[in-house]
Design a protein around this ligand. Structure first.
Ligand code: FMN
Length: 184
């Protein structure tokens, strides 16, 4: 199998990380992969906020947990009551991807960048996971103002990054391949 297909298929959402930090060189390669994603009208309407400050990461985790506990959605509330749950899984690096709100397809563009970064991380044997639950933090204007995101951009999703700490190789959740039709 070629290297690109191998990375696409072997990437898994990693939820256990070592504490050691990834190198700046690896991080630069991952971000570069992000900005090489396609964008509508080549607008490149994204901004990446890199958080490697432990206090900030801890604060974000506590805030998200506190807000998840108040959620009306059962599984979210339950998740927050697990004392071991950390929205960023103690990963040493968090990338927040923000989109320029006036761009024509900013959410699709940012999603393309996110996926490129996940695949690039896997190609470097760095673990990653796409984080949707950070939205609890992003919904708090006052909290978002601490992130230095440029005016006109909206935080979209996060990516946790770090060295994988699972003992066993992760098995991919089963994929449904029956999702194709042809017109030939
Ligand atoms: C939009 C989106 C939001 C997600 N949010 C979270 C999240 O907050 N926490 C988490 O652990 N995984 C999250 N995931 C990861 C999915 O759970 C994961 O991709 C899926 O279960 C398939 O597993 P795989 O990534 O190992 O192939 C998210 C994925 C996507 C695309």
């Amino acid at each position: 199998m070629n290297e690109v297909l191998r990375a696409i298929k072997s990437r898994r959402s990693v939820r256990k990380y070592k504490t050691d930090q990834i190198s700046q060189e690896s991080l630069d390669l991952i971000i570069e992969a992000g900005v090489y994603a396609p964008t509508a009208h080549n607008e490149q309407p994204w901004h990446f906020t890199i958080i490697q400050n432990q206090e900030m990461l801890q604060h974000m985790n506590e805030k998200v947990k506190e807000l998840m506990a108040k959620s009306d959605i059962d599984w979210i509330q339950k998740m927050s009551s697990n004392p071991n749950f950390q929205v960023t899984y103690n990963a040493p690096t968090l990338i927040i991807v923000s989109g320029r709100k006036d761009a024509m397809a900013w959410s699709a563009d940012c999603a393309a960048a996110m996926q490129n970064m996940l695949i690039a991380a896997e190609s470097l044997n760095i673990g990653s996971v796409w984080l949707g639950l950070l939205r609890f933090f992003f919904e708090q204007e006052e909290e978002v103002s601490k992130l230095g995101i440029p005016e006109g951009y909206q935080p979209y999703y996060g990516i946790a990054l770090g060295f994988k700490a699972q003992e066993k190789e992760q098995i991919a959740p089963k994929r449904n391949l029956n999702v194709v039709n042809y017109i030939r």
